[in-house]
Design a protein around this ligand. Structure first.
Ligand code: MG
Length: 378
């Protein structure tokens, strides 16, 4: 199926969902009105995300991110999902489409059997987290549309508590290029930068020439000397930074715990923690965790991670990959549970497929639409 046909059929599916949830609500009925004889029909299509600006990391630069768009149709209602595969995660278009091709969702007649479907997916393969997330997101979109409610409401969350999102700016040694990136960030109340690239302090100094907003720092495991890391944490604290994400390699647990004890800024785990099973261990060395749907296998486990982190007294950060508004808006449903959010993936691409969350005065605004809250834009 080409992109046009994929979207056309998606649009037809979306049109059906506009009617169905309202009719269920008007009748005072719930999911029971949906035929239980239906089958879950999964379809998917690779879709390359084009970045507005080249993304600079440790020793590489990229201008695109591979992705796979997913739809699950059930009784004329369509749920949308997405897998995004930045290279460091280890998943590819080939691995995701291979995993999805192996799934037989038609054995399930109830789209609300999300946990059972996760158990099934884990039995098919233990890894493939982004691929599983794409199915999970589509199921949540589908179930929310059947119920006629967005997921933040189903979870009973208060959208007023959604935080501001940070906006990622990658350093550029060309002052004009860097200034253009800072200008792009001007609507946002928080800037996020990558560090561990050999020009850490210069990055902050360059930002401060143009902006005084708080800065989130993501080191991507780039510091290996704990004393230098502590010195940087103090320096960043004096320069209006909020926290430091994954300062040291994920296997340097003792050094990270040492740093956490002394740092004036919270230390947040990203690469260290993927799924629910890693949260308790993270509590030994980190002040908080960065939850991302592509790591957690989707919304179902991400919600559990946020609940557990809160119970352990940890901070919750909500992050994303380079994604369309599909996965980003799905993550936004959880944002009222987060202390900080970095949900800018859709803002970094020039070929978004959906209309979804909005950033108003820097703050995440979750659409008041059923499911994950998106509609196709073309
Ligand atoms: Mg990170």
């Amino acid at each position: 199926m080409n992109r046009r046909n994929f979207l056309r059929t998606s649009l037809l599916g979306a049109a059906a969902t506009v009617v169905s949830p309202l009719s269920f609500s008007a009748a005072g009925q719930s999911v029971k009105q949906v035929s239980q004889s239906g089958k879950l029909n999964l379809s998917f299509q690779p879709y390359e995300l084009k970045l507005r600006h080249a993304f600079n990391l440790a020793s590489s630069q990229r201008t695109t991110t591979p992705g796979v768009q997913v739809r699950i149709e059930y009784d004329g209602i369509v749920g949308y999902g997405e897998a995004s595969m930045p290279p460091y995660l280890g998943e590819t278009v080939a691995s995701v489409t291979s995993f999805l091709s192996r799934l037989d969702l038609q054995q399930f007649s109830d789209p609300f059997a999300i946990e059972s479907i996760h158990d099934y997916m884990d039995s098919v393969a233990s890894a493939d987290r982004a691929a599983k997330a794409s199915v999970d997101i589509a199921l949540h979109d589908l179930c929310g549309k059947i119920m006629g409610r967005p997921w933040y409401k189903i979870w009973g969350l208060n959208s007023d508590n959604a935080p501001c999102t940070s906006f990622t700016v990658s350093y550029d040694s060309n002052p004009d290029e860097f200034k253009a990136k800072i200008d792009d960030a001007s609507p946002y109340k928080v800037i996020k930068v990558k560090m561990g690239l050999g020009h850490d302090k210069e990055t902050i100094r360059a930002i401060r020439r143009y902006s005084d907003v708080p800065v989130c720092v993501d080191v991507n495991q780039g510091w290996t000397d704990k004393d230098k890391a502590l010195e940087m944490c103090h320096w960043l604290n004096e320069n209006n930074c909020l926290f430091v994400e994954q300062p040291m390699p994920k296997d340097m647990i003792e050094e990270t715990a040492w740093l956490r004890e002394r740092s004036p800024l919270p230390i947040i785990a990203d690469e260290f923690v993927q799924r629910l099973s890693g949260v308790r261990l993270a509590a030994q060395a980190y002040d908080g965790i960065n939850i991302k749907l592509m790591k957690s296998t989707g919304m179902h486990e991400a919600y559990k991670m946020a609940v557990l982190a809160n119970a352990l007294g940890m901070k919750v950060m909500l992050g994303c990959m380079t994604e369309t508004s599909c996965a980003v808006t799905a993550a936004a449903q959880l944002s009222p549970m987060a202390d900080w959010a970095d949900l800018d993936g859709n803002l970094l691409i020039e070929n978004d497929l959906f209309d979804g969350l909005k950033i108003v005065d820097g703050k995440i605004t979750i659409p008041d639409r059923p499911g994950i809250g998106i509609i196709p834009v073309s």
